[in-house]
Ligand binder design. Structure first.
Ligand code: HEM
Length: 479
């Protein structure tokens, strides 16, 4: 039985909350949905620069849409019950699809498929079991003091400049999430490579994030993809840096075991599968280290950038969150529970601008979604960009209304109508890490400065993650 959409919508939404806001809500810019679907050629040209611009109004209005496309038969799944079916109840039938894997593997050597994000089958199961203990809430709480130290150090650097200074907030958030990951993942062992690291990661994500027409057409690998040479160079740069890091850590472990830092890299190298007792191979450690860097750093940075932009555009919410930040309790590991307004603003930001705007799977066998038959080989698209702005699921879907996520309202949101971290067995392993980090960075910023957004409204661009086009410039006032 499928959910009654209208009932769900009423429960989710603003009916109970109408009194909580009297102002006109802020509606950030988003590309207007197309009135008619693009043809095959049009799709190729729009998919490459910005896939979110291919969606039509029907994709924001209908629960399920299926039909042929450039990549074969596709079904776009917006209905919570059907999403649950694909990601949880019948997850074994829906592996990650080849197009997504081709895009993620751009410029890669053979080892990149070993990382948790793109692994499948037994390798994925074994890796997930092995890595899960490193990401439990208790283990992640241990990272909170270092997260706080790095976030405050970043704001200290800003304060050396005068009130009125202009900050490129997106770059700043990339910098602070790198600092935090570098400290917790490998104890800053790549410190001298930091500028190269940021440069190469930005280049890599920019080029692999573009869906290349040859990938859509599944053209042979030897056909050169324009713009992918840079991705390959960046991958090689990372592979070099990561293998130096692992070699150095192995030497330390054998020669000076007492000096080995208690970070995620050590955990990765020592981890063993609780079922079989086997550890990760060196190639697997390397692939997962790269996965954490790529998956864990850019996503959180973009979520923080969008949140600061939306708060800067809604001064009442900025003040409400700043007040919470100033009264935050001592232990940063508890800030997520201690700051309902800040958490609501962060969650609402990831609703409007989900850092991962699209996930996809391929049906391994014939299936049914709602009353639509799904043939083996069909690609199921689960796009938070659509689901989070769906007219059947949300009132005023384009408006920034953190009220939706305050305690009392939050519980009414269907688990499968809000998916910034995905769901089911392949749910983001770093979700606790990312949320704790976000609260700590936002608190450190809001306690000490006030930001005003400059320039026009940013245009969201989908490049694996959802980023603002151009810079996110803001004027800083010291509080
Ligand atoms: C706001 C920040 C983040 C967001 C929005 C996010 C989002 C997601 C989503 C949607 C997925 C599922 C993809 C799918 O099902 O196809 C995912 C998977 C994953 N994420 Fe995150 N992520 C974030 C931060 C992190 C962090 C901090 C780490 C690691 C330190 C991380 C590591 C991973 C890994 C390894 C996977 C693959 C899990 C698996 O397949 O078993 N992510 N993430």
């Amino acid at each position: 039985m499928l959910v009654d959409y209208r009932k769900l919508r009423a429960g989710n939404l603003m009916g109970d909350l109408k009194n909580d806001f009297t102002r006109k809500p802020f509606v950030p810019f988003a590309p207007a949905p197309r009135l008619k679907p693009l043809g095959n050629i049009g799709q190729m040209f729009v998919l490459a620069p910005n896939p979110i611009e291919t969606w039509t109004q029907a994709h924001f209005d209908l629960p399920l849409i299926s039909g042929p496309s450039l990549v074969g038969e596709v079904i776009v799944v917006n209905q919570p019950e059907a999403i649950r079916h694909v990601l949880v109840d019948n997850a074994a039938n829906y592996q990650k699809d080849p197009l997504q894997r081709r895009v993620l593997a751009a410029g890669s050597s053979e080892g990149s498929g070993l990382g948790l994000l793109s692994a499948e089958g037994d390798l994925w199961k074994r890796t997930r079991r092995t890595l899960a203990p490193s990401f439990t809430p208790r283990r992640v709480a241990g990272f909170a003091p270092v997260m706080r130290e790095r976030a405050e150090a970043r704001v200290d650097r800003w304060l050396k400049r005068r009130s009125g200074a202009i900050l490129e907030i997106d770059r700043e958030m990339t910098g602070v999430t790198y600092d935090i990951l570098s400290a917790n993942l490998f104890s800053d062992a790549l410190a001298e490579d930091a500028p190269g690291f940021e440069r190469e990661l930005a280049a890599l994500l920019d080029s692999i994030g573009r869906v290349h027409p040859f990938d859509i057409l599944n053209a042979p690998k030897w056909l050169p993809r324009f713009g992918r040479r840079k991705a390959r160079q960046s991958r090689l740069w990372f592979e070099g840096a990561i293998s130096r890091l692992i070699e150095y850590r192995l030497t330390l472990m054998s020669e000076h075991p007492d000096a080995v830092p208690d970070d995620l890299l050590t955990a990765l190298m020592k981890a063993s599968d609780p079922e079989t007792g086997t550890g990760l191979t060196q190639a697997e450690v390397s692939a997962n280290l790269f996965t954490f860097i790529a998956a864990g750093h850019e996503t959180t940075a973009r979520a923080l950038g969008w949140t600061l932009y939306l708060l800067a555009r809604t001064p009442d919410w900025w003040e409400r969150c700043a007040e919470e930040a100033c009264n935050a309790p001592g232990d940063p590991a508890h800030w997520l529970e201690a700051m309902p307004a800040m958490r609501a603003a962060f969650e609402e930001s990831m609703r409007l601008f989900p850092p991962v705007p699209m996930m996809s799977r391929i049906a391994g066998a014939d299936d049914m979604l709602g009353n639509i038959p799904v043939a083996k080989g069909t690609i199921a698209i689960i796009a938070p960009w659509l689901i989070h702005r769906h007219t059947l699921l949300w009132d005023s879907p384009g408006a920034f209304l953190p009220e939706r996520f305050l305690p009392g309202a939050r519980e009414k949101i269907d688990r499968f109508a809000y998916l910034p971290f995905g769901a089911g067995p392949r749910v983001c392993i770093g979700a606790v890490f990312a949320q704790m980090e976000a609260m700590i960075v936002l608190t450190s910023v809001l306690r000490r400065v006030r930001l005003t957004h400059l320039d026009g409204e940013p245009r969201p661009v989908h490049r694996i993650t959802l980023r603002p086009e151009g810079r996110l410039a803001m004027k800083m006032e010291i509080r």
